[in-house]
Write a protein that binds this ligand. Structure first.
Ligand code: B3K
Ligand code: ZN
Length: 876
């Protein structure tokens, strides 16, 4: 594929007024008739042809104003339809017939079949696999959709908007018509047809309109959709209260399907979901599953305003809808659960996924300026860093002004396709603040590094902070400008209270935010009576790497006393990381690891502190991961040494005072029927964190086997199984538990995915053979994306020692799998391949093997543009 540049953007020559689609569904020969009414845009070249996008299409008929078109006036290829000699100004109608094969569509883009159900996925460029169309987000039109299908196999016929009517249609068929009054781009089109069960409810909006809510799932799974329905209603209410956003159709539908390339899709009025993010009950779903369902139901629902009512002008603006909507779903979950714990989980995720992306060959700005394959830009940078950038705007302008800016955004751009510049202008107008420098966050890739040192002059009562920001070079961006970095801070005194400076010089300070805007800044705080401990970047107000040499005792002070729970967790991490890095270096050098008692004691004190919420204590007990340590080491990484070092520290903490952990597993039992609320989930998380330490302290599988036997919910069951499998992979108890788990859930695909994932993450050199063996299991299939991700994806992404075997066998295995998946499902292949994005940070033997594996992919001949794009960028 060729490279698309933002700079080349121009509007279409033709305006699309209306779309009328008729589908005659058939598993292998679906007929699609598209009646499109266009007119030439004022001022456009009167001779310009109409060029429509296609992808693997064959034209079966073409009418101009209802009359067959002379072949001399058009050219049709599988990927475009060009029509010439069109009217200069008056509207005209083009009727296009295509015949497509949903059954053969293994890419899961366009119209495809999943478990006998017809379903569509059009974002980003799937609509062009259905019919020839101006398939770009700035072409908005009103759609009518007619669906004709077999009545017995497809009692249900769904599309966007409101139901118009339906009736019988000849021998054994029926039809239904839908009308969506809201102009929309083609990527938001959806059609679903099949035989599904339904859960129904209603929602009364803020202006008193009743909306029908329907969640469609496979027959028999209806009870497992109750939590999703509850989350949906809470999302609808929250969006009204937090942003004044009211739902705008008579009906809102969610359909859960088992074959889906990503999490879910926000099609107007008809969201399609990976069933993993809809189905839950205590027996089969973990607390994390419940939290994910809540977040993703909310996310897709929130897109109704941020994405659908206001959409993107072009795909370079993807973060306009994604970063903003992630920010909104984060805020929703924070309001529904514990804000601090939610923030910790977000930052963990950001650091373990987005920071490596930003530090490697796939780094790109939140708002990129070029792409080869847009599917590869649905990244953690666009989503999660995009959300952080939105959060920083809220931090800079303040909560109320942020809301005013959002109101202005909807006022100015409702019904429009907008840009990031449009978005930022709304907050400039609402706040009066110039956001020009701030906007660099959208344009400069790479995680800024902020280096800080502090000095306290007791005689003068002055604290001096010296700050310096550097932004590392990233592909295509060697030199960076200094950014506007908002740092929340506090000056913690020995008694836990906070110093209030009488004056601050050298930086703008608004409330508790210090604005770092220059490359170097020296900031003085006067009137500070005793030496404070500086708590910086509270709440992770800026997505940066912070290097601030603070004494372990100061970090421990923050960890125990900060008023900001996030900062307490961050301080614990900062206390732990140098230990873990030193441990990894020692392990590599073959010298003994000497963990720090201060770290262990601080962790234990927080674990045992009953004044703190259990979910927070569970987060505190989770030491930085192997990938966190790898990131800290930055280069020449040996995953085996990293793990060995981390294990030594973990064992040290475990053995320091096992009674603390034993007490936690006793004290935090959840009594009574299972409840998925955040408080109950937090208690389970704390107990299971304690169980992991206890298992190591005791050195036997007995306790985990007991927990496995006693578990009455999937959270505890899978946690116990994880401890058994990861700590005692060869114990008979583990084999028994794995087999019991498999047998009990053999007919539940989502739970089997957990069974695969737990085994795919068993560390060590034996992992690859285990994964290969599991691929031979009758439960394994390459046809289901969730299953492939659960086994192959999890192995590559989440098993550092198993995947990064020193002999390179893990990389060669992955290369083979990518080449096997790519011809069928390029998006899935490309996504899993990104597991190798940090290969250049490996020590040279592994890096060399990784390079060869990547070259073997690159040299393999016919690659999809998805995989070709990723592999070429990783090799650059
Ligand atoms: N907008 C979709 C993602 C579409 C991905 C296309 N390759 C889901 C979401 O972000 O809500
Ligand atoms: Zn989204």
């Amino acid at each position: 594929g060729r490279i698309i540049h933002l700079a080349d953007y121009r509007r279409t020559d033709f305006v699309l007024e209306r779309v009328d689609l008729t589908f005659e569904l058939d598993p292998t020969e679906t007929r699609v008739e598209a009646r499109l009414i266009f007119h030439r845009r004022e001022g456009a070249d009167p001779a310009a042809p109409l060029v429509l996008d296609g992808d693997e299409l064959t034209l079966a008929g073409l009418l101009f104003d209802q009359v067959e078109m002379e072949p001399s006036r058009y050219d049709a290829t599988p990927d475009s339809l060009t029509i010439r000699d069109l009217p200069a100004s008056e509207p005209f109608e083009i009727t296009i017939t295509t015949v497509i094969n949903p059954e053969a569509n293994t890419q899961l883009m366009g119209l495809y079949r999943t478990n006998g159900v017809y379903c569509t996925q059009c974002e980003a460029e799937g609509f062009r696999r259905i019919t020839y169309f101006p398939d770009r987000p700035d072409v908005l039109a009103v759609y009518t959709v007619n669906i004709i299908a077999d009545k017995a196999s497809c009692p249900l016929l769904l599309s966007n908007g409101n139901f118009l009517g339906g009736a019988g249609y000849g021998e054994g068929k029926h039809f239904a018509a839908w009308f969506d009054p809201h102009p929309k781009p083609s990527y938001l089109f959806a059609l679903v047809a099949g035989d599904l069960g339904v859960v129904e409810d209603t929602f009364v909006t803020m202006s008193g309109r009743e909306v029908a809510l329907r969640i469609y799932v496979e027959h028999g799974k209806e009870p497992r959709a109750a939590y999703a329905m509850d989350a949906l209603k809470r999302s609808m209410r929250w969006d009204e209260e937090a942003f004044g956003c009211e739902y705008d159709l008579d009906i809102f539908m969610v359909v859960a399907v088992s074959d889906f390339n990503m999490g879910a899709m926000e099609n107007k009025g008809l969201n399609v979901f990976n069933d993993k993010y809809v189905l839950a009950d205590p027996e089969t779903a973990t607390d994390q599953d419940y939290a994910n369902i809540e977040a993703i139901i909310a996310h897709e629902y929130f897109h109704n305003w941020t994405g659908n009512r206001v959409t993107c002008r072009d795909w370079f603006q993807l973060c306009l809808k994604e970063g903003l909507t992630v920010y909104r779903d984060h805020e929703f979950s924070a309001d529904q659960r514990s804000r601090a714990v939610k923030r910790i989980a977000e930052v963990r995720h950001l650091k373990s996924e987005q920071f490596p992306e930003d530090a490697g060959p796939l780094a790109h700005p939140v708002r990129p300026v070029k792409y080869r394959e847009i599917n590869n830009f649905y990244t953690t940078t666009v989503y999660e860093k995009g959300s952080e950038v939105t959060r920083m705007i809220a931090t800079l302008v303040g909560r109320e002004t942020f809301r005013k800016g959002m109101d202005l955004y909807f006022e100015r751009h409702d019904g429009d396709a907008a840009t990031i510049e449009d978005f930022v202008k709304c907050f400039e107008a609402a706040s009066g603040r110039d956001l020009t420098q701030f906007s660099l966050w959208y344009h400069q890739a790479g995680t800024p590094l902020v280096t800080v040192s502090s000095a306290y002059d007791a005689g003068k009562g002055v604290l001096t902070l010296s700050l310096e920001q550097t932004i590392p070079p990233t592909p295509g961006q060697a030199v960076k400008e200094p950014m506007h970095i908002p740092l929340r801070f506090g000056l913690l005194l020995a008694d836990g209270s906070e110093a209030v400076p009488s004056a601050v010089e050298g930086a703008e300070v608004t409330g508790d935010v210090l604005h770092l805007t220059a490359r170097r800044q020296t900031v003085t705080f006067s009137g500070i009576a005793s030496r404070p401990v500086v708590s910086l970047n509270r709440g992770f107000s800026a997505p940066i790497n912070l290097h601030f040499e603070q004494a372990p005792a100061d970090l421990a002070h923050i960890a125990r006393n900060d008023s900001d729970l996030f900062a307490r967790w961050q301080a614990l991490t900062d206390l732990a990381l140098p230990n873990l890095v030193a441990a990894a270096r020692n392990a590599r050098a073959g010298t003994p690891v000497e963990p720090d008692a201060m770290l262990a004691d601080t962790l234990l004190a927080i674990a045992a502190d009953e004044t703190l919420e259990p979910a927070f204590r569970a987060q505190a007990l989770a030491l930085p991961s192997e990938s966190d340590i790898a990131r800290e080491l930055a280069s020449n990484n040996d995953p085996d040494a990293i793990r060995a070092g981390r294990e030594a520290v973990f064992a040290f903490v475990a053995g320091r005072d096992p009674a603390v952990f034993a007490a936690l597993t006793e004290r935090h039992r959840t009594e009574g029927p299972f409840a998925p609320d955040a408080a109950s989930a937090g208690r389970r998380a704390l107990r299971n964190a304690a169980l992991a330490y206890l298992a190591v302290a005791e050195g036997t599988p007995a306790r985990a086997a007991g927990a496995f036997a006693a578990a009455d919910n999937m959270t505890d069951l899978s946690a116990a199984l994880g401890v058994l499998a990861h700590r005692f992979p060869d114990a008979p108890e583990t084999a028994e538990a794995l087999e019991a788990f498999r047998a009990r859930f053999a007919d539940n695909a989502l739970v089997l995915d957990k069974w695969f994932s737990i085994q795919a993450t068993i560390p060590g050199a034996g992992a690859l053979d285990r994964v290969k063996r599991l691929m031979g299991s009758p439960h394994f299939t390459m046809a289901n994306p969730n299953r492939v991700r659960a086994l192959v994806g999890t192995f590559a992404f989440a098993n550092p020692t198993g995947f990064n075997r020193a002999d390179g066998a893990g990389y060669r295995f992955l290369a083979e799998q990518i080449l096997a998946i790519d011809p069928k499902n390029p998006q899935l292949a490309a996504r899993i391949l990104t597991a190798m994005r940090s290969w250049r940070a490996l020590e040279e033997v592994r890096a060399d093997h990784a390079l060869n594996a990547l070259r073997s992919i690159s040299n393999a001949g016919k690659l999809s543009s998805d995989v070709a794009d990723i592999v070429e960028r990783m090799l650059k």
